[in-house]
Design a protein around this ligand. Structure first.
Ligand SMILES: Cc1ncc(COP(=O)(O)O)c(C=O)c1O
Length: 439
């Protein structure tokens, strides 16, 4: 699978976009009144359900200059979203719809959905394509593992990352979305003692330490006093309490569930989240002889380790050195062969610079303005009845749209010579099909 550089904070957020050819319509005053605005999000009244439905429809279907956000990560705000999207182009207004049901504070709100306006419609379209990219989340092995872990843990979603340190760090970034926010940690916690201060220098999180007792717990009364949620810019905001179970530095002890439950209840009533560094939470569940869900119901997020420090991935990399590297030249040969096959099909729709195909990457240039690369991309993902009748064996071909004019595909270990043959035939069939339609 290929990876794309996207803001990972949004990559799993299931955002969808308007991809409509309809005329743009600047939201009228009526619409604006009912949507939370950049500068007035605190004051805006919650719109009625009818208004929300109408605005959503309008935004989703009628305005190509707008990227619709169907789910927004916890505790985002307009400033963060503006910063994130500014890397793509000039951002206009941002609308965020407050979640009436969530516990909100002035410093941190929850939103159900939102819209980002771009000055340039083309930028909006390309951002939406990125957010919708099917590449993200297309690896079925990872998807399956994530589904299993989420189900086993009783959590909404799981994310596979290479190391436990990264899992903890990401969790801190999620819980403390603005720099300078605070996490309460045990003084002997792995996050504080052994993770290179990453939560400070990467996530910008302030650690508020409570001394760990030998059993891995800490004084709950002190925790209560430490929670700071004052709407005064002098003070950092406490966002999360971190627990660890089993507790490594306290001797691998199982931290009692009664303690976790008490911490969780107090934290939640103060609108603070709880993260568990559960690198060895399955050891805790085994030692307690309880389903792991019973432990995790006292946490919002958890980090669990299958290996220490990325060993599993190192093993896969070593396998690749021994088994994939020696056959890398095949991918290059396949790329050339396929490119020649595509160019051999009599068409004036696409071009490949054959002299530029040096390795496993091939760029196709679209030659007709009325056949943008998205059309070819989408058709390559389909298999039609006629295609089956005509070609017999058929394949789905995954490509990446780089722009209206550019489409890329990449050969790799899992694409055999037979696959290349089928792909060649598919391209030829489709190019013929599109050419026929254009007549
Ligand atoms: C409690 C705890 N959390 C997190 C980690 C970090 O895991 P990794 O080494 O995969 O980054 C460890 C590693 O030993 C650990 O013991």
């Amino acid at each position: 699978m290929e990876s794309e550089i996207v803001d990972t904070r949004f990559s799993n957020q299931n955002m969808t976009n308007v991809d409509s050819e309809n005329d743009t319509e600047t939201p009228n005053d009526d619409t604006n009144e009912n949507i939370t605005d950049v500068d007035s999000e605190i004051e805006t009244e919650t719109p009625s359900d009818d208004t929300k439905k109408r605005d959503k429809k309008k935004r989703k279907n009628e305005d190509p200059g707008i990227v619709y956000l169907s789910r927004i990560p916890p505790l985002m705000n307009v400033k963060i979203i503006r910063n994130m999207f500014s890397v793509y182009g000039d951002v206009g207004k941002i609308f965020l719809q407050p979640d009436d049901k969530a516990a909100n504070t002035k410093k941190g709100r929850m939103f159900t959905e939102g819209w980002v306006e771009f000055e340039d419609k083309k930028v909006a379209k390309s951002v939406a394509t990125k957010l919708n990219s099917k590449q993200i989340g297309e690896d079925e092995t990872i998807n399956e593992l994530q589904r299993r872990m989420a189900a086993m843990f009783g959590k909404e979603k799981a994310l596979f990352v290479p190391t436990g340190t990264m899992g903890n760090l990401l969790s801190m970034c999620v819980h403390c979305p603005s720099r300078g926010e605070e996490a309460i940690l045990g003084s002997r916690s792995h996050i504080f003692v052994h993770e290179q201060g990453g939560i400070a220098f990467i996530a910008g999180v302030l650690a508020s330490l409570i001394e760990n007792k030998p059993d891995g717990t800490f004084d709950i009364e002190i925790m209560k006093q430490r929670i700071r949620q004052i709407d005064d810019p002098h003070f950092p905001y406490t966002r999360v309490v971190c627990l660890e179970n089993t507790h490594n530095f306290c001797g691998g002890k199982v931290v009692p569930l009664s303690f976790m439950e008490e911490v969780y209840n107090i934290a939640k009533s103060a609108n603070v989240n709880v993260h568990l560094d559960g690198a060895r939470v399955l050891n805790a569940a085994t030692a307690l002889n309880v389903p792991v869900k019973d432990i995790l119901k006292h946490t919002d997020t958890v980090n669990m380790c299958f290996s220490k420090a990325g060993g599993i991935l190192a093993a896969a990399a070593m396998y690749a050195l021994d088994n994939v590297l020696p056959r890398l030249h095949l991918d290059h040969e396949h790329a050339k062969e396929l490119s020649k096959g595509i160019m051999a099909s009599h068409n004036d729709l696409v071009n490949i610079d054959l002299s530029g195909v040096h390795t496993n990457i091939v760029f196709i240039t679209m030659l007709k303005d009325n056949v943008p690369s998205q059309i070819l991309h989408d058709r390559l993902l389909q298999i039609t009845e006629e295609e089956k009748r005509e070609l017999g064996d058929v394949v789905i071909v995954k490509t990446v749209v780089y722009s209206d004019k550019l489409l890329r595909f990449v050969l790799h270990n899992d694409v055999s010579s037979d696959d290349v043959e089928l792909t060649k035939k598919k391209f030829q069939f489709i190019l013929q099909e599109i050419a026929e339609k254009m007549k």
